[in-house]
Ligand binder design. Structure first.
Ligand code: HPA
Length: 270
């Protein structure tokens, strides 16, 4: 893994990517944020050595390096999900690469189903904690100390300073933010009413199929993380309705404009 990461890093450096201030993972329906980046380079995943290739409709696979909010950012347009069939270590490979390109601050985004009865469709939730229920752990197996320690402290998975800053930005821009715990399940099925109930009873506020593996390896490598989740549907007892990928994308697309504004100002404020 180490050699593969270094090989990919070397390739990307040769393409002109150097020390981004922020890494950004753009989740479902949020890929167009990348249009707002003044790109220096755009590289399709299929051209990057050792990168997996995205298989999901609507998840464009492209790495973009450029200026956004006055800083240099490296954005992943489209991520890899465990449910697509990748090994969990492939899912998190780009995060390893980001770290060795110089990324210390990571912004992750996703779409999720809300189980908190105070949530509405279209809300944006600032992730302040997570529960990992994807049945594969990205740090399972022999630990490579060059990446990080065997046992990783997770007492602050989402950086409190970044959370505070994002809350400040939201207040200044008159954006209402929810805050809560994101629970990751494998998918690709959306939850049954009983599963949404389980998610809620565990103590989570929203459920999705991504992000947590990336945050785990980011923490393994001492990166700071900030996460935003668009609530695209609700899994509230007695009100669980039909969900489709198209609906999820549609709602995320609407919230995207707000996310672009928030993330831009957040980065500017650094
Ligand atoms: N469940 C899981 N993943 C999701 C959901 C959901 O309700 N909405 C968007 N992604």
């Amino acid at each position: 893994m180490w050699n593969k990461v270094q090989e990919t890093v070397k390739f990307l450096k040769e393409k002109g990517i150097s020390t981004p201030d922020f890494g950004i993972v753009l989740g479902t329906g949020l890929g167009n944020l990348s249009e707002e980046i003044n790109a220096v380079v755009r590289i399709p995943y299929e051209d990057i050595p050792n990168f997996p290739v995205s298989t999901v409709k609507g998840h464009h696979g492209e790495l973009i390096f450029g200026e956004f909010g006055g800083k240099m950012v490296l954005a992943m347009r489209g991520r890899f999900h465990y449910y697509e069939g990748y090994d969990i270590k492939q899912v998190v490979f780009p995060i390893r690469v980001m770290k060795y390109l110089g990324v210390d601050n990571l912004i992750v985004s996703n779409a999720s189903g809300g189980v908190n009865p105070k949530f509405n469709v279209g809300d944006i939730m600032l992730i302040d904690d997570h529960v990992n229920m994807i049945p594969a752990h990205p740090l399972r197996g022999a630990n490579d100390e060059r990446f990080g320690p065997r046992f990783v402290d997770m007492h602050e998975p989402y950086d409190l300073e970044m959370i505070r800053k994002m809350e400040e930005v939201a207040e200044k821009t008159n954006v209402f933010l929810q805050k809560g715990t994101y629970l990751a399940l494998q998918g690709p099925t959306f939850e049954t009413p009983a599963e949404y109930k389980m998610v809620k009873s565990i103590g989570a506020d929203a459920v999705g199929m991504s992000t947590v593996p990336e945050v785990i390896v980011a923490k393994h490598m001492e990166m700071k993380c900030m996460g935003l989740s668009v609530i695209t549907d609700l899994g509230i007892e007695g009100q669980v309705e039909q969900v489709s990928h198209e609906e999820v994308q549609k709602v995320a697309k609407i919230a995207e404009k707000v996310i672009v504004k928030l993330v831009k100002q957040f980065i500017q404020s650094f």
